[in-house]
Design a protein around this ligand. Sequence first.
Ligand SMILES: *Cc1c(COP(=O)(O)O)cnc(C)c1O
Length: 385
Amino acid sequence: MELLNHYAQQLDSLKQQGNLRQFTASQQTGKFIQIQNHHMLNLASNDYLGLASDLQLREQFFDEIPNDQRWMSSSSSRLLTGNFPEFEQLESSLSQAFYGRAALLFNSGYHMNIGILPALCDSKTLILADKLVHASMIDGIRLSAAKYVRYRHNDLNHLTQLLQKYHADAEIERIIVVTESIFSMDGDETDLAALAQIKKQFSKVMLYVDEAHAIGVRGMQGLGCAEEYGVIDDIDLLAGTFGKAMASVGGYLICHPVIREYLINSMRPLIFSTAQPPICMAWTNFIFQKVLDLNPQRQHLQQLSQSLQQAVTAKGYDCPSSSHIVPVIIGESQKTVEKAQMLQAAGFYIMPVRPPTVPQHSSRLRISLTAQITQSDLHQLMQLL
Ligand SMILES: *Cc1c(COP(=O)(O)O)cnc(C)c1O
């Protein structure tokens, strides 16, 4: 009991601070979510294109795939017997879409981000990372042998100053700049065109950009912000995940074939973990083909996003967002939680986000829009904000 008491006390103090995390049971149908029999519009979903909840798509997929191809396990790492044709088919689709560059798949975005940096970095590597990068990249940085400096969020001048300072250092052989394209808490984005220009001034620099929130949502074909800004070829390590708009699971990297081969030989989460079930690969490929043609949905989502950003600003809140993730920054935690409860009671499932997930005094409602939402849904929400 002594041993357990230690953990029980920690849990108690989390609870007292209002920071205890718990699972919530929910049922989802289309754009709605039901929690304890309360029916709400789901404004906390990452299913940005509404594909995960699309029953017709699911039916079409299973109709197309005969039972003898419905492998629910790969039973092994891809380096042993797990390399089913579905993996190579998906990589080939990605490669074709991303201008012939190499593609490599991972079990999840988390596996991807904790594996790539430790594999590519040694003590002669410097990582320069945006202050607000995702926890998975922080963990990857911690597991690597690289030196590590953070630059102020989205401050490319600060990044340039750091590059000028470190680039001349003979001890440093390579510098990897790590960022996201769309950031998950502010919904703001990195100027990838400017970032690509900065890289061109420094020969030791490689860019690592995580498009988790942008793949499927941005660019004419949904290939992300890199497509939108025309810099697909300039980003050395162009990463993303299938668990959000792509309605599936997994991570991918677009890179040079040399990097791909090097990762296959050195990346521990890739080598030492059973590969995803082949049926998931087939589903991801099925969805990917659809996503290339979903520009009308992307445009609708963009219009919704702009309406909401404008409304939030008009109500007097700071709105850093330029994407479908729109925070309403309230400041004080207690007030934020009360406001979220009020909106939930009114039928809008919006989650409060508090420190330490976001900086002190910047507690917020995080609204995440999907393409199934209508302007009239938004109109009702805006009146309550
Ligand atoms: C969600 C997310 C991940 C993790 O991806 P999973 O496939 O869910 O493991 C990685 N990076 C960013 C920026 C994310 O938002």
